[in-house]
Design a protein around this ligand. Structure first.
Ligand SMILES: Nc1ncnc2c1ncn2[C@@H]1O[C@H](COP(=O)(O)OP(=O)(O)OP(=O)(O)O)[C@@H](O)[C@H]1O
Ligand SMILES: Nc1ncnc2c1ncn2[C@@H]1O[C@H](COP(=O)(O)OP(=O)(O)OP(=O)(O)O)[C@@H](O)[C@H]1O
Ligand SMILES: [Mg+2]
Ligand SMILES: [Mg+2]
Lengths: 233, 233
């Protein structure tokens, strides 16, 4: 269960010559998401979607305001505890994938399992299963610079899923995928949500993808402009 | 004018333990594009689109076959001459942007003009114009890690346009843009094509974006599966 209350996120940017500028990426944002929801976050480029998702994923902290995740106040946690919470509960698909460039697809997907102390043999086996699910079985030994854009994106997705997280946060998960491959990915998310109760929150620019969610939240200039329930298609 | 004849591109990938595998990314592909055309290249993830675009952009050489660009056989050119041809004729938008991480948006956009010996003052002025055109005037001093995904994409687009290239090659130019911003970018491409005769070849997964082109080429497994003229919408 996710509870953001009056969250602000201010970035400070150097303009050179000792000058600085503030960017208010999230403005007094409050949001409640129940366990098991399937939410799409939409909005113009620069409206604050990735900033919001990074805070939800415990990768960034609000400048002010509160974030309660399953009853725990995140701002009160040390970095070490936060990392453990993240590793156990959250699968995150980054907008720019963040794969390790000198490791194969297989090793990239298996990475989260190292932190949870899974044996090398079991990590390998589970990573193969996840890669097969996103149709990349025959690319498992390729490194990121030997993969197409959409293949890299799918490796990032497989890595987010390997720990069976209870919360899946995905930032533009189909941005580099053709429509058919994109639909396959969204049906994986849908299946996890419906069959295993995984909470799914995905940022997307694609109206077809947003239509698969049961709730669509539109951001504009760091605020929630719209929050609508819908029948998932 | 672009003439590919029986182009093959084979990648060799190490599988570990001294084993290697070949990936045939383009198979005996032939393609003729006249000056001033507006072409969309579509196809499944991994079908060879970026590989094709990189060869067209003189960023990669075919394993075999011929590429004549405005009558010049590209495979016969030295790397130095190839770089000059590229700088003078071609604007390239990369699927993963390839911005310089420690430089501002303004410096990234101005970069191609350094190679053509433009003065610092003129570079700055022209870069500001291009950034304004993609609605990023107030982000010019941000570095790539201080930009949203779609803002980085637009910086890459502005950089591709700053030299007034005669050929614009764009790899998924709207993948991280909301529909409205994406339409603004495509109308810039359309305007360049119609008013200045720029040859535009863009890879896209978005059927709405592909509809703006006058010719759509669909790749499948490294080959041209379909090549259709259409009325641009
Ligand atoms: N450097 C490389 N070494 C080995 N294989 C590669 C390399 N680059 C690409 N490939 C492989 O070649 C095939 C074509 O790649 P390419 O990047 O052209 O696909 P694409 O059509 O652009 O895909 P996407 O839509 O996902 O971006 C893919 O199957 C990919 O795994
Ligand atoms: N580290 C940073 N420093 C300064 N400003 C930043 C930083 N990161 C993001 N911003 C700014 O904050 C705003 C929101 O960024 P964010 O990445 O959340 O947007 P977004 O909605 O995900 O956009 P897109 O759809 O283009 O990915 C943008 O205007 C961006 O320029
Ligand atoms: Mg974003
Ligand atoms: Mg590609």
């Amino acid at each position: 269960m996710i509870d953001l209350e009056r969250v602000n996120r201010v970035y400070v940017v150097g303009k050179g010559s000792g000058l600085f500028q503030e960017v208010i990426a999230l403005k007094d944002l409050s949001l409640h998401v129940e366990s098991g929801e399937f939410v799409a976050i939409t909005g113009a480029s620069g409206s604050g979607k990735s900033t919001l998702l990074n805070i939800l994923g415990c990768l960034d902290r609000p400048t002010s305001g509160s974030y309660r995740l399953d009853g725990l106040e995140v701002s009160g946690l040390s970095d070490a505890v936060l990392a453990r919470v993240r590793n156990q509960k959250i699968g995150f698909v980054f907008q720019s994938y963040n794969l390790l460039p000198r490791h194969t697809a297989l090793d990239n997907v298996a990475l989260p399992l190292i932190y949870s102390g899974v044996s090398r043999k079991a990590r390998r086996r589970r990573a193969e299963v996840e890669l097969e699910r996103v149709q990349l079985k025959d690319r498992s030994h390729h490194r990121p610079n030997e993969l197409s854009g959409g293949q890299s994106q799918r490796v990032a997705i497989a890595r987010a899923l390997i720990q069976n997280p209870s919360i899946l946060l995905a930032d533009e998960p189909t941005g580099n995928l053709d429509s058919r491959t994109g639909r396959e990915i969204i049906s994986i998310f849908h299946e996890l949500n419906v069959e295993r109760g995984v909470t799914v929150i995905m940022v997307t620019h694609d109206p077809v993808v947003a239509a698969a969610a049961r709730r669509v939240i539109r951001l504009a200039d760091g605020e929630i402009a719209e929050d609508l329930a819908q029948t998932s298609r």
